[in-house]
Ligand binder design. Structure first.
Ligand SMILES: O=C(O)CCC(=O)C(=O)O
Ligand SMILES: [Fe+2]
Length: 359
């Protein structure tokens, strides 16, 4: 008999307890984490519907799947990785010049141990460099970069503070653009998977909350002084669910990402060369009235060397208030959630991760 314990998750409405199996993570079955081949994503309606059927099955099961043939070149991914390594290899002083608190608005650098996504676990043993949506680099708006950011100053502050790394901005920008384009195609497949017209979400991803985060999890040998074996900084990123619609995650070959299965067992989301991992976030779970699963996951990097990962989080246009989808409610399934905008939801959740407590 499997034995279980509980973990606690922070949510804007208070802490929520989740049952989890105490056994070590196991390999997922192909149904639990399928690999979906996206090579037909630009083909006819039938081909796209067939992909949507696969996405629906995965979204209703673990809420995590891999995609291959996603169209983003390995060369671009490797160049982005080199730039990210170059950034993290700098002195703490150089990285702090673009520190989150100086830059503001979800841009810039967070040091190791500065976040705690789960306040019942340790502080997070990772450092991050974050980019947020900028109309000026959106391929949809290159002719017409209206300023939804109200001010580009925090974004420019970060790029100015990294301008001594000559390829950092152009390479990360190109990688961001490719993921934004892919995410816009995928949201159409999600619409089909939710029995909606393919273009249902198109008008609310024109200026989306789309954040790219670049993560470095130091190895056990790379932690400074006391933190090396310290209990207060252990988990790479604590148990959490993602916030917005879905996440496109590139991870290196280190391993360490663990995902909670539908039966509450930890699964090893092993890296598969040439794939991205996609997972559903809370906002999509809300809109789908819990049909699609926003799944708990965490990362441990207990190897001696570094682990790198580059997630991209897609949300809707931040001010657009969204209700539970019409195809996900009926007389037996009334809406479980109040309407809210994705931007408001995201800001509430990010505050929790910053402070480690309910705001
Ligand atoms: O590093 C990873 O593989 C996952 C990171 C993650 O879960 C997140 O940034 O939300
Ligand atoms: Fe995550």
């Amino acid at each position: 008999m499997a034995s279980f314990t509980t973990i606690e998750l922070l949510t804007p409405t208070g802490p929520v307890s989740r049952r989890v199996c105490v056994a070590p993570p196991r390999k997922p079955t192909v149904d639990e984490m399928p690999v979906i081949d996206l090579s037909s994503i630009d083909q006819d309606a039938n081909a796209r519907k067939a992909l949507a059927v696969k996405i629906k099955a995965a979204a209703e099961n673990t809420g995590f799947f891999y995609v291959c043939n996603h169209g983003i070149s390995e060369e671009l991914i490797q160049s982005a990785l080199e730039e990210v390594k170059g950034f993290f290899n700098q002195s703490t002083e150089d990285k702090d010049r673009v520190g989150f608190h100086r830059a503001g608005k979800s841009c810039g650098y967070h040091g190791v141990g500065s976040t705690q996504i789960n306040n019942k676990e340790t502080r997070d043993k990772k450092e991050t460099f974050s980019m947020r949506y900028d109309t000026r680099i959106d391929p949809l708006h290159t002719e017409d970069p209206q300023d939804i950011n109200s001010s580009f100053s925090s974004i420019d502050y970060v790029w100015n503070g990294t301008s001594h790394l000559p390829n950092f901005r152009p390479v990360l920008t190109q990688f961001y653009q490719e993921r934004l384009k892919l995410a816009r195609k995928l949201i159409q497949l999600f619409a089909l998977a939710l029995d909606l017209p393919e273009d249902y979400f198109d008008s609310i991803v024109t200026q989306p909350g789309a954040d790219a985060v670049h993560l470095h999890y130091p190895g056990t040998e790379e932690m400074p002084g006391d933190a090396k074996n310290g209990k207060d900084v252990d988990v790479g990123i604590g148990s959490h669910t993602d916030i917005q619609c879905f996440t496109l995650l590139w991870q290196d070959m280190s391993g360490g990402l663990q995902v909670l299965s539908a039966a509450d067992e930890w699964l090893d989301a092993q890296p598969i060369e040439g794939t991205l991992v996609i997972n559903i976030g809370d906002f999509m779970q809300r809109l789908s009235n819990n049909k699609f699963k926003s799944t708990v996951h965490r990362v441990y990097n207990r190897q001696t060397t570094s682990r790198y990962a580059m997630p991209f989080f897609l949300g809707f246009n931040p001010d657009h208030v969204c209700e539970v989808l019409p195809t996900c409610v009926d007389a037996d399934h009334p809406p479980l959630y109040e309407p809210i905008s994705c931007g408001e939801w995201r800001d509430m959740r990010l505050k929790l991760a910053e402070s480690g407590k309910v705001a």
